[in-house]
Ligand binder design. Sequence first.
Ligand code: ADP
Length: 626
Amino acid sequence: MAKKEFKSESKRLLDLMINSIYTNKDIFLRELISNASDALDKLYYRSLTDKKVKVKKDKLEINLEFDKDSRILRVIDNGCGMTKEELEENLGTIAKSGSLNFKENMTKDEKIDIIGQFGVGFYSAFMVSDKITVTSLSVDSDEAYVWESEGVDGYTITKGKRDEHGTTIELVIKEDTDEVDYSKYLDEYQLKGLVKKYSDYISFPIKMEVTHHELKDEEKHEYEDHKEIEILNSMVPIWKKNKKDVSDEDYDNFYMDKFSDYDKPLKVISTSVEGMASFKALLFIPSHAPYDYYTQEYEKGLALYSNGVLIMEKCSDLLPDYFSFVKGVVDSEDLSLNISREILQESQNVKVIAKNIESKIRRELEEMMKNDRENYISFFKTFGVQLKYGVYNNFGQDKDKLKDLVMFYSSKHEKLITLKEYVEEMKEDQENIYYASGASIDKINALPQVEQVKDKDYDILYLTDYVDEFCVTAIQEYEGKKFTNVSDGNLDLETEEEKEQTKKVNEDNSDLLKDMCEMLPEVKEVKFSNKLKSHPVCLTTKGDVSIEMQKVFDAMPNDLGIKAETILEINEKHPISDKLKKLYKKDKDEFDKYTKILYSEARMIAGLPIDNPTEISQLICEVISK
Ligand code: ADP
């Protein structure tokens, strides 16, 4: 039988795994047991929905067998099994998405990160084995197949024999080295401990033959070895246990196993509700975004159990989009087992549970924001975009639920603050919540428009994420204070006197301004203004679309034709103003050149592209060579 090669990226991943960087090799056992348990879940669920598949729940089990002499360890289940194609598909490819970021000379952390992105899974068994043989008979097939591999070289699939549906994973455990005692995976006591530690909650019995030393003759102190099959796990799902009997480590282990994460969760939320729809839920906020989180492939959802029986791995109806990062399990006695996806969507009970879960998560996040700011900020840096997206999504219908969870960078505090904190610290004469948007904090700091607001000693929220401005626009106001972009043409921070003066200058020069405006078709208005301190020009906008929002629209694949209505503002106190006025009277040609240059400057400061850079650079040279 010819050896098949692993797909190339899988090969590299496997290589990393085998030459292992994972110090905690023990976890391979929990991975194999967890796969076995999934296979049993799948089979049991099939039996409820498919009359052809008949199984008795109390016959479903996982068996561990070991033999010190031949160094063999087996994990056996009588679950759904795999067909030949499934063996190929599931065990021939590790990196399904194929977007691994391999680099030369990776550090240990980078390697762990890569493996972590894919969940350690079945392949972790290669950390402790020289050879793996998987014999499987699918409930959908009459023939058993054997998948066999000694690591990176590839694998073979051949016909095999198995009496009952299910899968046997046979590992040939490595010889001990100076550093690693692999033999512990062939030791009864150690195996028992590992199952207790990592797989206790598995709802199917994990059985193993264990030896009891029994006192045979008290006087002679004679003992007799007596072997017996024992169930190693308590089988109580962790979410059904009393909170006081579960340690933080238990929760963390359960999370890492169930949701294939290499890191502990940032937060564990456990809740139990009695009422119209009673349920228990164990929810987790990951400490980092899953590798596919910001892609189309990511599926949100919670695992849904009906009284301990898994009905659905990812029930998306239980989570709103803005909390799509939450992982967890929900168990309810008020759900029928024979529930299909469609019925589930309509189920009143599911709706009630979902509502409860949503508000529980929200309360926990609010609490974390108040009492554990450091962790909240770490959470917000990872998943804040999702919350901000939630604010403006669906025409802002959820904004009131979320507005106290979002944070923005404050120019005064130089860190993230909440809207509540901003408003509480507002100056007495301050009417609005000011914000400025741009690509980075430094770029915003350099915006001419920011100067005037800072001069008044008002705090400014710096929006650097592309969703930010859409988010604040959707919120509109917080505690009666309106959000105002410092680049808004009507900022209205001048004194009455200053306003009068500017009005007069604009009236006196209306012809000049009109001509300038005509030369610049993209600009709605050109005006002298008082707001700029040291800068000669800037672009402001009127209406709902700001320049930063336009940039987002421009970057979209389909041109929506949404444009900001821009105003070119010229600093009335800057020497350039007098120069323009003079040129307008004396030298119209030169005036035109200045107009073009100034407009390009304003675009440049706003981070907008200049359509005719060659022309502009020539104009600048002409002017400065005079
Ligand atoms: P994961 O469990 O995260 O999907 P694994 O690499 O551990 O990744 O396993 C890959 C796939 O192989 C599983 O999704 C499952 O479909 C299949 N599989 C693994 N072990 C078993 C088993 N004991 N019985 C049936 N299918 C299995």
